[in-house]
Design a protein around this ligand. Structure first.
Ligand SMILES: NC(=O)C1=CN([C@@H]2O[C@H](COP(=O)(O)OP(=O)(O)OC[C@H]3O[C@@H](n4cnc5c(N)ncnc54)[C@H](O)[C@@H]3O)[C@@H](O)[C@H]2O)C=CC1
Ligand SMILES: O=C(O)CCC(=O)C(=O)O
Length: 524
């Protein structure tokens, strides 16, 4: 039974795709619930409260996938999860509208002193002069980060008669034109706008983007908004600029540490705040819970997830196209690992024809996962394959060639190490299946599956008969047999397939036969 833990008060209604699926058990609780055995949890769903640290991952050895019911993944140690082969998925757009609406509401409230006026009336006061505000109409809004939320905010600001200047280094002029915003430099946004709202992820580039120095470049009387992540605006610098009257006010939905506790910004009248409520609507919570539940259900069915942070994004159509090559690459990785049973310092994958038109990095990762499968104790998959190779000092290369050796496509794998090299080539033939067409320079043709024996031998009369006798003596039936050689009387190979695993003593007996060079047993 696949065990899912939904933490952080995930909206239960959104978990329906998981609750309806056979073979999945959903636990609602937290990583600290005494009743939940973390060791057995395969999938974890979180919002922002649970911190997915390496310590937590240590306590969850079965974990395969983390679903973030929201956008920001800064509460997840992505590097550590990736190292362990754990897939991270998020719900990128389920809360966009809610967060953009919340930001807009915060901007309006900030400009019209609504929270302060509300508190004053509730206190029995009626101070109409004290709470004179500013119109949004005609003002210039600066947006830093014009992604999903920034774009929705821009549309709403334009509808209210505001001009919008945007700084986003990854934004094209065409997109800016479509949204009716002015693409600007960061310096221009600082110097030429009346209200600045940040909508970037928190990264090492965006941490402290608005700080003592950059705040000094803003207009006197500017208003600031942060409904993205605490830390994008340096909190101490902001408090300083508000106290000295340069910044007129700020609206904050997020803090560096949440809850912020006894924070200097909370003591300032012109700071309005909410407790990280950007995504807190019934609609957004249902959307994000449903999105991650669907992703986890898809993962459980062994199908490609759509919104992974640490795997290439792939549509269902692309996945269906790549899947047979992916399977071939993985099996070739296993074959090469068994046949080159030495140390490995370099592994190169070369793609041609229709294979070269696909996401080859994904295929190379599958190949590495197959290669490591029986070599190391760590679970290796497409998420951590490159990391594991690097950690073990293996150089991984990827090439594309125009030479398809007469096939519609080929994948060629070359493994080198301990002074030896082994090369395998495979192809995928539409409506026929995967074939291995060359091993160590010998032409051959077999289907890579089941229990195989790869035998290198001298091309002499009687060798095949001797091998057949040993197999017969052990009552082992040969399912298929392929032979290949480069020249008469030289070295040759045979690849035999069987319906069941082979007894070790029989393989040892085969190894002792005359004219046998090497024997490798391969299970695919
Ligand atoms: N308060 C809340 O409850 C919520 C907060 N968020 C926060 O909002 C952030 C933005 O969300 P989305 O718009 O969905 O993400 P997004 O990925 O669609 O947009 C982020 C934008 O920031 C831009 N960007 C990245 N680095 C930048 C830099 N150094 N300078 C300027 N622009 C930069 C990117 O090019 C992108 O266009 C999330 O990362 C999350 O932290 C998201 C949802 C709810
Ligand atoms: O789960 C939440 O409410 C936080 C949403 C958020 O910050 C995000 O999606 O990045």
């Amino acid at each position: 039974m696949f065990q899912v833990l939904a933490a952080d008060s995930i909206k239960e209604e959104g978990l329906q795709p998981l609750l309806e699926q056979d073979g999945i058990q959903v636990h609602i609780g937290s990583v600290d619930s005494a009743s939940i055995d973390l060791q057995k949890i395969d999938a974890l769903i979180v919002r922002s409260a649970t911190k997915v640290t390496s310590e937590l991952l240590d306590r969850m050895p079965s974990l395969k996938i983390v679903g973030r019911a929201g956008v920001g993944v800064d509460n997840i140690d992505i590097a550590e999860a990736t190292k362990r082969g754990i897939i991270i998925v998020n719900a990128p757009d389920g809360n966009t509208i809610s967060t953009a609406e919340h930001t807009f509401a915060m901007m309006s409230a900030l400009m019209r002193n609504i929270p302060q006026a509300h508190a004053s009336v509730k206190n029995g006061e009626w101070k109409r002069n004290k709470y004179i505000g500013n119109e949004l109409y005609g003002k210039t809004l600066g947006i830093v980060g014009l992604g999903r939320i920034g774009s929705e905010l821009a549309k709403r600001a334009r509808a209210f008669g505001m001009s919008v200047k945007v700084y986003d280094p990854f934004l094209t002029m065409e997109r800016a034109e479509v949204l009716g915003v002015q693409l600007s430099s960061f310096d221009e946004v600082l110097a030429e706008t009346d209200i600045i709202s940040v909508h970037t992820p928190l990264t090492k580039e965006t941490k402290g983007l608005l700080n003592e120095k950059t705040l000094s470049q803003t207009k006197k009387g500017v208003y600031l908004l942060n409904c993205a992540r605490g830390g994008i605006i340096d909190e101490i610098a902001l408090a300083h600029y508000i106290e000295k009257g340069h910044v007129a006010g700020a609206a904050l939905d997020v803090f560096e540490v949440e809850p912020p506790g006894d924070h200097p910004l909370l003591k300032l009248d012109s700071v309005i705040t909410t407790p990280h409520l950007g995504a807190s609507t019934k609609e957004a919570q249902l959307n994000v819970a449903t999105q991650v539940a669907r992703e986890i259900s898809t993962f459980f069915e062994n199908k490609p997830v759509a919104n992974s942070i640490n795997l290439p994004a792939m549509s269902k159509e692309i996945y269906e196209k790549i899947q047979p090559y992916h399977q071939l690459a993985k099996e070739m990785g296993k074959i090469v690992s068994e046949c080159h049973n030495k140390g490995i310092s370099e592994l190169t994958a070369t793609y041609s024809g229709t294979a070269a038109e696909l996401e080859t990095s994904f295929l190379t990762k599958a190949l590495l996962a197959g290669f490591f499968e029986n070599r190391i104790d760590v679970k290796v998959n497409e998420v951590n394959a490159i990391h594991i190779a690097k950690e073990r000092g293996i150089m991984v290369g990827e090439k594309v060639t125009g030479n398809s050796f007469g096939y519609a496509n080929t994948i060629t794998v070359k493994a080198s190490g301990d002074g030896e090299t082994f090369t395998a080539r495979g192809t995928y033939i539409e409506h026929y299946g995967p074939r291995i067409v060359s091993l160590d320079g010998f032409n051959i043709d077999f289907h890579p599956s089941g229990n195989l024996l790869y035998i290198q031998h001298m091309d002499r009369p009687g060798v095949i008969g001797h091998v057949g006798k040993v197999l017969g003596d052990h009552e082992v039936n040969i399912a298929t047999m392929q032979v290949g050689r480069k020249e008469a009387g030289g070295e040759a190979i045979m690849v035999l397939s069987f319906d069941r695993p082979l007894p070790d003593e029989m393989v040892d007996k085969l190894k002792s036969l005359q004219d046998i060079v090497t024997i490798n047993s391969i299970i695919l």
